[in-house]
Design a protein around this ligand. Structure first.
Ligand SMILES: [Zn+2]
Ligand SMILES: [Zn+2]
Length: 138
């Protein structure tokens, strides 16, 4: 018997599906220039999960290496960014939480790369801010 996933999500067109077992290890916003471009927005919001807890599927799931260390997955039909992986966290998928059906339950715990924050993106949520992620994010 296969267990039902605890969290599910999908891209804008619905072709890429995300299934996750268990809860996020952490949730956070990233303001780094690479993430800004990847999501074409002021910042990206990720939930980190153990790789083995995540199943990504769909024929339109594609891969872009934004640097030698970083793999970003996206849907090549609708363009939704799906996930971030880095050599710095070899056993984690960082999933763009806005894709999740229950995105509201993934509460961000902080802001990374706050030094790259766009000045019009005002943060008054009281969350801790960090100069970087715990490892380079580009
Ligand atoms: Zn799509
Ligand atoms: Zn980033």
């Amino acid at each position: 018997m296969t267990r039902e996933p605890d969290h599910v999500g999908k891209c804008l067109c619905g072709e890429v599906k995300i299934e996750v077992m268990g809860d996020a290890l952490w949730v956070g916003h990233c303001h780094c220039p690479s993430c800004q471009k990847a999501v074409a927005a002021a910042f990206a919001t990720y939930a980190g999960f153990k790789k083995e807890a995540v199943r990504l599927s769909g024929d339109s799931l594609a891969v872009f290496r934004s640097s030698p260390r970083v793999t970003r997955r996206f849907c090549n039909k609708c363009g939704s960014p799906i996930s971030f992986e880095s050599d710095a966290w070899p056993d984690e998928f960082h999933i763009h939480v806005a894709l999740m059906k229950d995105a509201a339950v993934f509460k961000p715990e902080g802001h990374s790369y706050i030094r790259n924050r766009l000045p019009w993106a005002h943060m008054d949520d009281g969350l801790p801010t960090h100069d970087k992620f715990s490892a380079p994010h580009e």
